[in-house]
Design a protein around this ligand. Structure first.
Ligand code: SF4
Length: 357
């Protein structure tokens, strides 16, 4: 039986070098292949025109590029575009492109579905189908770079400026693959994103926050969404294992670089977590932490039973935080009309997402 093809776009440059040497090539060829994969986002070996035909044929025979294929796109009135991509095995994942005058941000998925079970989140209803490979995480970035180049008539290879790991899935539940994807995305021979321009969001897998801190250098966001355990235990089951106090202890140990802050995402849900007392408890939690709170008015998902906090309540919540010297922003709700907003990524056919289609 022939060995399984090598998922070549998941390999680090050194692993790719070892693979090409095994194929009888000189080590320097690896950089050429790597640049095709991660600077130009090649999806086929026959695009790699400066490689010999013999090498391309060998790669074809021994390796595979796990690109993602655009399955659907939906455009919001605010310029946000939600892409639904199909993986090599027919799973569906979503990525959200959010352009603004200052930056072009992509929100990427790290898993098909999610195991965390947050009660307000549409993705949770899928359960965890599988982890995404590093190549599949990075492929979303390459695919959207191609889209943006074509749609906006740009020549630059990498029009995207910022990445947020806040799509489908819990990134730290797929830490090894997320870490490998970050290395590819930050490499000089790849897309070369700066660590300042990448944010990874977690619900708070406490032991993994420590690894994240020591093994990566990108920014951390905590999806908090409650001011005390009483509420968080109910809306985010992960809190039954690691309480808010455990989470805050891990965050306080997180080495925050000069000028950076840890972002706390706080989705405001009417009557659940948006009272004045919630705001005061949240402010108390964050004392002494270099924090920034992003307040997000909940995007309603039919059938989940939560409703959004109205503007005046959100404003009052923000004022209480600010009065306690906590930096807080009410985040613009991008892509709400196309269900591309926070917590809405799963409006896909569930059977198809699970690969049954
Ligand atoms: S909010 Fe994030 S971690 Fe929670 S279920 Fe949804 S995708 Fe998973």
């Amino acid at each position: 039986m022939s060995p399984a093809p090598v998922d070549v776009a998941s390999l680090s440059l050194s692993a790719l070098t070892a693979f090409l040497v095994e194929l009888g090539e000189k080590p320097f060829r690896a950089k050429q292949v790597y640049r095709w994969l991660h600077q130009r986002g090649a999806v086929r070996f026959d695009e790699m025109t400066d490689l010999s035909k013999a090498l391309r044929a060998q790669l074809e025979a021994r390796a595979v590029i796990r690109a993602v294929e655009k399955d659907l796109e939906q455009r919001s009135v605010d310029g946000t575009i939600k892409y639904r991509f199909k993986t090599h095995d027919g799973k569906l994942i979503e990525s959200v492109y959010m352009p603004s005058p200052e930056r072009k941000t992509l929100c990427v998925s790290t898993q098909v579905g999610c195991a965390m079970g947050c009660r307000f989140c549409a993705t949770a209803t899928l359960g965890l189908v599988r982890h995404l490979a590093p190549s599949e995480i990075v492929a979303q970035v390459h695919a959207v770079n191609r889209e943006v180049r074509a749609n906006e008539g740009l020549e630059t290879l990498r029009p995207l400026t910022n990445l947020v790991f806040m799509g489908m899935g819990e990134p730290l539940h797929n830490f090894e693959n997320v870490k490998a994807a970050l290395e590819l995305l930050q490499s000089e021979d790849g897309p070369n994103f700066s660590s300042r321009h990448i944010t990874v969001s977690t619900v708070g897998l406490v032991p993994m926050i420590e690894r994240f801190a020591t093994e990566t250098d990108v920014k951390l966001a905590i999806s908090l969404n409650a001011s005390w355990d009483e509420t968080r235990d109910v809306i985010m089951p992960v809190n039954r294992k690691w309480k808010i106090a455990d989470l805050m202890e891990a965050v306080k140990k997180f080495p925050v670089k000069q000028g950076r802050r840890v972002t706390f995402e706080y989705v405001l849900m009417s009557g659940v977590n948006d009272t004045d007392d919630d705001a005061r408890r949240l402010a108390a939690l964050l004392q002494g932490v270099p924090a920034k709170v992003n307040l997000i008015q909940y995007n309603e998902n039919p059938g989940l039973g939560f409703s959004t906090t109205l503007d005046n309540r959100a404003e009052r919540f923000k004022q209480i935080l600010e009065a306690a010297d906590v930096v807080a922003l009410i985040r613009a709700n991008r892509g709400r009309d196309i269900a591309a907003a926070c917590g809405q990524l799963a409006n896909v056919d569930k059977r198809a997402a699970a690969g049954a289609a």
